[in-house]
Design a protein around this ligand. Structure first.
Ligand SMILES: [Zn+2]
Length: 350
């Protein structure tokens, strides 16, 4: 009797554990899709209706409302079990009032503020870091009206949370990322890209190990130009330093997200000069390849009417998934992407 049970037991173990079919099915799962699908319109909406609520008072740099925002972000990362690269439990990179005063005319009267950093360490190449960023601040309260900044840049802030959560779930299941990922919420953007300037002057990881920066600033709305076909996003800067990054981004979108990538504002001669107007520029000026994701301006841009009820959550979801897929590919591919455009230029000037 004992022996028979033993044999049955063994048979059972083999049936569960081996079987080529099982492993084949595993191989057929595209894990990038599996985890991208955890980024949902619903979750993004839940975050944004809090993050861009009146309670956060427009998140102006150094104000109590901005402190609520950074604590919201920190609490999320703690809850997810996503650590900080600064010190255990310390997610805030502090920026003193004196630094603001020294580094910007507009920053003279700013109180102390902080960037928020969260980190997932790479399994194979932990020293190579992909930075995904969004600015956490907005312009505060003016004439007793709260400027909620739901699109600018509540949309990018909550996208970052959902992207981080997706990577964390994948990591917990043993699915990468092979390179490390830094989730960087910068302060002081509206005061002159100050938080990203501070980070790139005081990086937690050496800039030469920073593979690229994917920066999100406003991805929840639709502009006039694209209102007939709203499943679009402007990409800016993707081909400026690295054709490899640009081509990868195009291929990933074709394969997964199928969003219309609009390069109108990527034109060097475009008078808006958006390439110079958000936080990625502080990385680009150090020759780090970047992509800036942006929906363009709209009637509520920098007004008290930029509220969470006006966000297109399905579009926000699709655009956040595009950033996730791009980051996934950069993080998990064999070779590190390079600033190949820069190398070309160096060759030409030799
Ligand atoms: Zn912005």
């Amino acid at each position: 009797m004992k022996n028979i049970v033993y044999i049955f037991f063994l048979a059972f173990v083999f049936a569960c554990g081996s079987g080529k079919d099982v492993s084949k099915n595993e191989e057929n799962i595209d894990y990038a899709v599996k985890y991208a699908n955890t980024i949902t319109a619903k979750d993004l909406g839940n975050h944004l209706f809090t993050y861009a609520s009146d309670e956060f008072e427009g998140r102006d740099t150094g104000t109590p409302g901005q402190k609520k925002a950074v604590n919201y972000l920190k609490d999320f990362y703690v809850g997810q079990g996503i650590g900080s690269p600064i010190a255990e439990g310390d997610y805030f990179q502090e920026i003193k009032n004196e630094w603001f005063a020294k580094n910007s005319r507009r920053g003279r009267n700013l109180k102390d503020s902080e960037n928020v950093l969260a980190f997932i360490k790479g399994t194979d190449k932990p020293d190579e870091v992909i930075v995904i960023s969004a600015h956490l601040d907005h312009v505060g309260v003016r004439n007793e009206k709260v400027y909620n900044g739901a699109d600018d840049d509540g949309s990018g802030s909550v996208a970052l949370l959902e992207i981080a959560e997706a990577f964390k779930m994948a990591a917990d299941a043993g699915k990468g990322p092979k390179r490390s990922i830094l989730f960087l919420h910068v302060t002081g953007e509206e005061r002159g890209l100050l938080g990203s300037k501070f980070y790139t002057e005081n990086p937690i990881f050496p800039l030469e190990n920073t593979v690229c920066n994917l920066n999100i600033d406003m991805i929840g709305r639709v502009d006039q130009r694209n209102k007939e076909n709203p499943n679009y996003v402007y990409l800016i800067g993707s081909d400026k330093l690295s054709m490899e990054l640009h081509n990868l981004s195009e291929a990933i979108n074709k394969k997964y997200t199928k969003i219309k990538l609009d390069y109108k504002y990527n034109d060097e001669n475009d008078p808006n000069r958006f390439y110079y107007r958000s936080d990625h520029y502080n990385f680009a000026k150090h020759n780090i390849p970047i992509i800036f994701y942006f929906n363009g301006t709209h009637v509520d841009y920098h007004k008290d009417t930029d509220t969470p009820d006006k966000i297109y959550y399905e579009l926000l979801q699709n655009r956040a998934r595009l950033v996730f897929h791009t980051a996934w590919e950069v993080a998990n591919r064999e070779g590190r992407i390079t600033a190949d455009k820069l190398e070309e230029k160096k060759e030409e000037t030799k």
